[in-house]
Ligand binder design. Structure first.
Ligand code: FAD
Ligand code: UDP
Length: 366
């Protein structure tokens, strides 16, 4: 008789939700993570009384009622709404692309005038956009593309917009309304007290061992359990035997400033090509902080190399084809469940990951 029913590799959202559901279903689980903390990339830690989003800003938003209800069992959410600004060489614009942006860009005040401007500039794009540049021009015209999209996207992805897939830019809403909510989802907010506290509550009463790399001693870990949930990179699981999947990585520079406010917003994107960072995050604004000091983080995008933290999967043709091959290998591993943004090599938001973990648990424990 083994001591545990499940080993869960990764204490991020996928691992924590699955562990919580497994425990609720009466299973004995062990969670490990190679990092020194739980919560994966949603990890927050207090600095000067401000919850700092250590791996990039995280705003919870979802259209899935069941996910929204589920997370409320572990946290109270505030009514934060993400309204980032764009700074293009000192000119400030509203994001996402909405009537405020069009007024700031062109001086137009009605939806009709804005639509006419876009239609005029869209003539430059083909009917069926094949890449991000064509898609962006078709959505918002050439001028917004040049000022608010091209530089930011090329910094973010390290590739020309003509070599990036159209879907990346379709994440952003385009609205002929004075509505600068970055998201269209009906539910949005930040867990009060930080994401780490939320994940801590999910993992309450569950054994967690930190600083443990599953792949460093896989046979020993596998010997402990009949079933393994793996949320790490899929190519690493298979020893990179078919090749390495590419990611974009990030570098963060965080500083504490001895002033109550720095930029008056949670996020300002720097959309020109020359500013080296992509955005500046001022963490206190996620929870409406009134501390005397403030903490800001400059975010720099960089090419990923083995050993770096993987952040964004590069879902181009080469990487997607390679992932498909790894997925086939994964399907032949009867003891393992693969889940989350690294094991599935997908650009998932938090709510997607929670939803998938809930579904995986339902299949397992029905
Ligand atoms: P992770 O959080 O990466 O967890 C995987 C865990 O597995 C990690 O802790 C890792 O250390 C561990 N692990 C890996 N390999 C091993 C191993 N061999 N042994 C032991 N442990 C291992 N989503 C939103 O909804 N809203 C946002 O605003 C948002 N902003 C984001 C901003 C940035 C910069 C990034 C990169 C992502 C953002 N996301 C956002 C997405 C969100 O971070 C993910 O959807 C979510 O964190 C994925 O959870 P996960 O459990 O799949 O992965
Ligand atoms: N984007 C842009 N300008 C901005 C913000 C975003 O061109 O000011 C583009 C960029 O290509 C980015 C994509 O829109 O990769 C999606 O943006 P989102 O904010 O969803 O990206 P995330 O940071 O969540 O990955």
């Amino acid at each position: 008789m083994m001591e545990y029913d499940y080993l869960i590799v990764g204490a991020g959202l996928f691992g924590a939700v699955f562990a919580e559901r497994a425990t609720a279903a009466g299973r004995r689980v062990l969670v490990i993570d190679k990092r020194s903390h739980i919560a994966g990339n949603v990890y927050t830690e207090p600095v000067e009384g401000i919850n700092v989003h250590r791996y990039g800003p995280h705003i919870f938003h979802t259209h899935m009622d069941e996910v929204w209800e589920y997370v409320h069992r572990f946290a109270t959410f505030n009514d934060f709404v993400y309204r980032p600004l764009a700074n293009y060489r000192g000119e400030m614009y509203s994001l996402p692309f909405n009537m405020h942006t069009f007024r700031q860009m062109w001086g137009v005040t009605t939806a009709e005038e804005a639509a006419a401007r876009i239609a005029q500039q869209r003539a430059a794009a083909p009917q069926e956009p094949q890449n991000l540049e064509e898609q962006a021009i078709s959505l918002v015209g050439t001028e917004i593309y040049q000022k608010l999209i091209k530089g930011y996207t090329e910094k973010q992805w390290g590739r020309p917009c003509t070599e990036l897939p159209p879907f990346i830019i379709k994440r952003l809403p385009v609205r002929l309304e004075y509505n600068d909510n970055y998201y269209n989802d009906p539910h949005q907010g930040i867990p009060m007290g930080g994401y780490t506290a939320m994940v801590q509550r999910m993992l309450q009463g569950i054994e967690v061992r930190l600083g443990q790399d599953y792949l460093a001693d896989r046979a020993a870990w596998d010997a402990l359990v009949p079933r393994v949930v793996y949320t790490g990179p899929i190519d690493a699981f298979f020893g990179y035997r078919l090749g390495t999947l590419e990611y974009r990585s990030l570098r963060f520079e965080t500083e504490v400033l001895n002033q109550p406010d720095f930029q008056g917003r949670a996020a300002v994107n720097y959309t020109d090509r020359d500013t080296p960072w992509t955005r500046i995050i001022e963490h206190k604004h996620f929870e409406f902080g009134t501390q005397q000091k403030t903490v800001v983080t400059r975010e720099f995008s960089k090419e990923w190399q083995r050993g770096d933290e993987p952040y964004y999967p590069v879902n181009d043709a080469r990487n997607s084809a390679l992932y498909a091959q790894y997925r086939e290998l994964a399907q032949r591993e009867p003891r393992h469940i693969f889940g989350g943004r690294l094991a599935e090599y997908r650009y998932y938001d938090m709510d997607d990951v929670i939803h998938l973990a809930l579904q995986a648990a339902e299949r397992e424990f029905k």
